[in-house]
Structures are given as C-alpha cells and as structure tokens.
Ligand binder design. Structure first.
Ligand code: NAG
Ligand code: NAG
Ligand code: NAG
Ligand code: NAG
Length: 397
C-alpha cells in the first residue's frame, strides 16, 4: 500500500500545477515553459515512487494520502485536495507556463489529465479487501490465487481501522472458512491473518471468538506442520491477550495442558516453545493485574512450574529470557508456593547454573549486551524468589 500512496503523491506533485491552471484558465498572461507528463515520464514516476516509497516525509502528499486511506471518492476531490495541499508559489510558477496555451490545447490537456488520473486512481483499502474476500468466497478459485488473496489480506488488515472494516464487510466469516481448507499452507496463512487482525483489537478479538474458532486454532497448534502450529499459536495468543472472555474459553479447552505439552517436550521446534512460554508469562501478568479474578489453579501446579523452570537450561538465550519473565511473574502469584520452587523445581540450582553460563558468555563479544540484560533479569528473579522464601520462613510452623 505504501508504494501506491507514494505513487499517487508523486503523480499529484507533477500534475497539480497543470491541473490548477486548467481549473482556472482565466489568467493567460505570463510566459514560461510547460511541464507536462508524457507516458514515458509517467513510467519514470512509477519507478521513482517504487524506489523512494519509504522516505517520504510527513508533509508530502504521499503521507497525507495515507491519512485518507489511499482513496479519493472522485477525481474532483483528488484535484481539490492536491491544490489545497500545494506550495502556492511553486504552483503558480508552473501554472503560468500552462496559461500560454490556447483554449483548445488546454482542453486537450484537461482530457489527458483526466485520463491519466483515472488510470492511476487507486482503489481504497476497503475495496481491495472486498476483492480479496470475493475471491476467497469463490470455491472455484485456484490454490495459488487463494493463497495470494490471503497474503493480500495479511497486509491489508494490519492497520486497526482496516481490521475493523474487515469485520463490517463480513470478511471474518469468509476467512474463518479457510481454516477447514485441506491445504496446510492455506490454513497457516488463514491463522496468520486472523491473528494479525485480532492483535491488540478487542473488537475483532470478540468477533473472531464469537465465530467459535478458538478450539479449532488450538487443535492446529498440534499440527504436524510446524509452520501451521506456529501461526496457529500466534493466532490463539492474539485472540486471548488482554481478553478475559477469550482466556476463559482457552482454559475451558484445556489450553494450559496444550502449553505444558509444548514446554515439556524438548524435541518440539524452539520457535513454538518460545511462543508458548511467552504466552504463559503474559497470561500470568494479566492475572497479577486483575487481583479480583481468582488465580488459575493450574499456575500453582508443581509439574507445570517445573516445566517452566527447566526451560532455563536451554542453550537458546531468547527462550531463557522468556522463561525468566514467566518465572518472575509466577513467583508473584499468591497461590504459588516458595517451597515448591525450591524443593520440586530446584530453582536455586537452575538460577545458579544459569549465572555460571551467562558469566562464561560475557567473555565473548557476540551478544554481550543481551547477555548482560538477561543476567540482570536473572538477578531480579533471584531477589523475588528469596523474598518469597523469607516470607515462608518468617511464619512459625
Ligand atoms: C489571475 O489574474 C488576476 C489579475 O492579474 C489576479 O488578480 C488573480 O489573483 C489571478 N488568479 C490566479 C489564480 O492566479
Ligand atoms: C459468499 O458466497 C455465498 C454464496 O456462495 C454468498 O451467499 C455469501 O453472501 C458470500 N459471502 C460474502 C461475504 O460475500
Ligand atoms: C470464481 O473463480 C473462477 C476462477 O478464477 C472465475 O472464472 C469465476 O468467474 C469466479 N466467480 C465469481 C462469482 O467471481
Ligand atoms: C514430542 O514432540 C515430538 C515432535 O513434535 C513428537 O513426535 C513426540 O510425540 C512428542 N513427545 C511427547 C511425549 O509428547
């Protein structure tokens, strides 16, 4: 979408001077050369906007077009907008060139501008989504085109307004059907789209949950295709993050068992294990923020706690860090017991071994800052753990 907006912006910059003069053909006085876009230059513009579609500053028309969602309702509104947003001095200078033209020449220019702009008028994001949805809803669409429609939606649903529009277009119902597609790659991209649309968006989260697909996505997490499993867990996380109703459904479907299975099996792909432990840390954090909600009994289960603590032995720093964050939160729950961490999970040993390994890594240049950060987090966990232990010891038996 960025390149489309940038293209419209570049086009407008070159065309609006001409357009202004055409709209106001009264002043036919000053000399000057006419700057006009030929078809060849138009191609150059396309090229240019492709090269530079990321460095437009906030004051360029390209950025302003973004605000307008990439679409104008009519050619007139596009011209009005262009004139309103232009530098008057520059516009006048170029427009003066045009004003030397005879009325018939002007009329011809006007026609050419109109054709050029019609040709380049871009559909809005909502229209693009509708097209992709119509494709998806067509059972005779080829696998390749189906995948492409989903990939387009993946990009389109990223802005929160678009995700909301997708719901209003009835798009979720169409997308959700694709979770039943026999092709694993189609299901994978579908889960990805649903996750992206739901992320940090309670409105979409609730609509997707209402369609009853959480259980299906949770089954997909057990898929033999690791990519499908990863995207499914991504979607599950996006649906239940900060969403109490979603979390209730998740636990009703034994989501905690699903997570524990992933944590306790070291032959499962590391990316899936990272996502699982990150989700646990997040779920516990929500629990800490909502003290009026009863704590999930599962979080104080000793086998579960041990499988989280055991992750600290991983050689993957990212996984270690996410495990530490989860442990930090779990230690702060009222229902977890310090002595379980000590006697059953052997947290002392785990933290000490981790300290030694991190110390060794600190002598290496590679990742040094990251290692220092993790050691800082490890120390913090150690302090929280010791405070929790002291509280137990302070209580007379
Ligand atoms: C057209 O010319 C008149 C007289 O020179 C001037 O007052 C007016 O502002 C001009 N209009 C535009 C759009 O340049
Ligand atoms: C999808 O197609 C069916 C007919 O096959 C139609 O009834 C339904 O309205 C379509 N859904 C959307 C969102 O276009
Ligand atoms: C469905 O897709 C097929 C194959 O691409 C196409 O020929 C047909 O026109 C489409 N039908 C509709 C209703 O869009
Ligand atoms: C662990 O994961 C592997 C790979 O996904 C799987 O084949 C195996 O059955 C799992 N083991 C257990 C005990 O679940």
């Amino acid at each position: 979408m960025g390149s489309i907006s940038a293209l419209v912006g570049v086009l407008l910059l070159s065309a609006m001077a001409v357009a202004a003069a055409v709209l106001d053909p009264q002043n036919v006085s000053s000399p000057g050369a006419l700057v006009w876009s030929t078809a060849k230059e138009e191609k150059d513009l396309l090229q240019k906007s492709d090269d530079s579609n990321h460095d437009s500053t906030s004051s360029t028309p390209a950025a302003a077009v973004d605000d307008l969602d990439g679409g104008f309702s009519s050619l007139d509104s596009m011209l009005q907008w262009a004139i309103g947003h232009s530098d008057p001095a520059k516009l006048k200078e170029t427009a003066e060139g045009v004003q030397r033209l005879s009325p018939s020449e002007l009329q011809q220019r006007q026609q050419e501008i109109k054709e050029l702009m019609e040709k380049l008028k871009m559909p809005s994001d909502a229209q693009l989504m509708q097209t992709a949805l119509d494709d998806l809803n067509n059972s005779s669409l080829s696998l390749e085109d189906r995948q492409r429609a989903l990939q387009e939606l993946l990009i389109l649903v990223e802005p929160i307004d678009n995700a909301n529009d997708l719901c209003k277009l009835g798009g979720l119902r169409v997308i959700v059907q694709e979770l039943d597609h026999p092709d694993s790659e189609i299901r994978t991209t579908t889960a990805w789209v649903l996750g992206k649309a739901s992320q940090n968006n309670p409105f979409v989260q609730n609509q997707v949950l209402d369609l009853g697909v959480l259980a299906k996505l949770m089954k997909m997490v057990k898929s033999s295709s690791i990519e499908e499993a990863i995207k499914a867990l991504y979607a599950v996380s996006a649906l239940i993050r900060n969403n109490f109703a979603g979390q209730t459904l998740f636990y009703a479907e034994a989501g905690e068992m699903m997570l524990q299975d992933i944590l306790s099996n070291s032959s499962i792909d590391i990316r899936l294990r990272r996502k699982a432990v990150f989700l646990i840390g997040d779920l516990v954090e929500r629990q800490l923020e909502n003290i009026d909600h009863a704590e999930m009994p599962f979080f104080s289960n000793c086998f579960f706690l041990k499988s989280v603590v055991d992750l600290t032995t991983s050689s993957d720093l990212d996984l270690q860090e996410k495990a530490l964050l989860a442990i930090k939160n779990l230690l702060q729950l009222k229902t977890t017991e310090a002595l379980v961490f000590k006697d059953f999970c052997h947290l002392d040993n785990a933290l000490e071994r981790m300290r030694e390994r991190l110390e060794d890594l600190m002598y290496e240049e590679f990742n040094r800052d990251y290692v220092i950060d993790i050691e800082g987090l490890r120390k913090e966990v150690e302090q929280i753990y010791h405070r929790k232990l002291e509280k137990v010891r302070a209580v007379p038996a």
